[in-house]
Ligand binder design. Structure first.
Ligand code: SF4
Ligand code: FES
Length: 281
């Protein structure tokens, strides 16, 4: 039975970290370090402690330290996770094994080369595409949306580009060319947006043998996502959208709401009304 490491505060924890310097090493190897577990210590805190006090050559990525930037995604005790959001005490193990995200080349130590993630993201044109270019140049009104229209894609817009979903995906592990969960979720985020006209521009990438049809829906990407995005669901919605449009529908029927609708909340006293739109009146 796993030990409850909450009881190990003040006691030694072993970090087993994959090390690899392409200028010196012929292949990656593991190196171990001992630290003393402090209350509230995350895996990233542990790595920083090791770098500052034991081995300044250790390389890892981090920036925000609050689960926002996505740069600290690593393979921690067998799962892709954000190091800054992973409490050592919650791993239930006195040994913390840290490796770079699988399915990416290693740049150095636990730093993966995220080019495959960003190239796939770029390929699906992750921005609003409009046919009415003149309206974009000289807007005559706001591109407003109803709350229901926003609900169709909002959860997919929470992606922080950490790359954990690609690391978890069994299809990516067998084919570098597969579009992958992150780009799939972002493609749906824009296609489901009522302000976007870019479906046909993205179709060549999506409706391809390495596009959405290669996803067998194992769902590992959605399990791995630290922000609650559901890329596996987005890819199934893309399949539905492609088929619907092929049979002559402008768009697939609206999917079921992604989250239960909250009861209409009473406006709290003292909270002002939102300001009126500034154009299009
Ligand atoms: S979908 Fe989730 S796991 Fe994938 S890159 Fe975005 S935030 Fe990370
Ligand atoms: S350091 Fe930014 S998400 Fe972890």
């Amino acid at each position: 039975m796993a030990k409850d490491t909450k009881n190990l505060v003040g006691k030694p924890i072993t970090f087993k970290i994959l090390r690899y310097d392409p200028d010196k090493d012929t292949k990656p190897y593991y190196k171990t370090y001992q630290i003393t577990l402090e209350r509230g210590m995350t895996v990233l805190d542990g790595l920083m402690h090791i770098k500052e006090n034991q081995d300044s050559t250790l390389a890892y990525r981090k920036s925000c330290r609050m689960g926002i930037c996505g740069s600290c995604a690593m393979y921690i005790n067998g799962l892709p996770r954000l190091a800054c959001q992973t409490q050592i005490s919650e791993l239930n193990s006195p040994v913390v094994v840290v490796a770079p995200l699988p399915n990416y080349p290693i740049l150095r130590d636990v730093v993966p080369d995220l080019d495959p993630l960003f190239i796939k993201h770029q390929n699906i044109k992750p921005y609003i595409i409009r046919e009415d270019k003149a309206e974009l140049e000289k807007p005559t009104g706001e591109f407003s949306q109803t709350p229901e229209e926003l609900e169709r894609y909002i959860q997919f817009s929470y992606c922080i580009k950490c790359g954990a979903c690609l690391a978890a995906c069994p299809t990516v592990s067998t084919s570098d060319l597969f579009i992958g969960p992150q780009a799939g979720a972002q493609a749906y985020r824009y296609i489901a947006d009522t302000r976007d006209d870019g479906f046909n521009e993205r179709l060549q990438v999506l409706d391809d043998k390495y596009g959405v049809w290669r996803c067998h829906f194992p769902g590992a990407c959605s399990e791995a996502c630290p922000k609650g995005v559901d890329p596996a669901f987005a890819i199934q919605l893309l399949k539905r959208e492609i088929v619907a449009r092929r049979f002559g529908f402008k768009s697939a029927p609206k999917p079921a709401p992604l989250a239960p609708k909250p009861e209409k909340a009473e406006r709290r006293p003292g909270i002002p009304e939102a300001p009126a739109p500034t154009v299009g009146q």
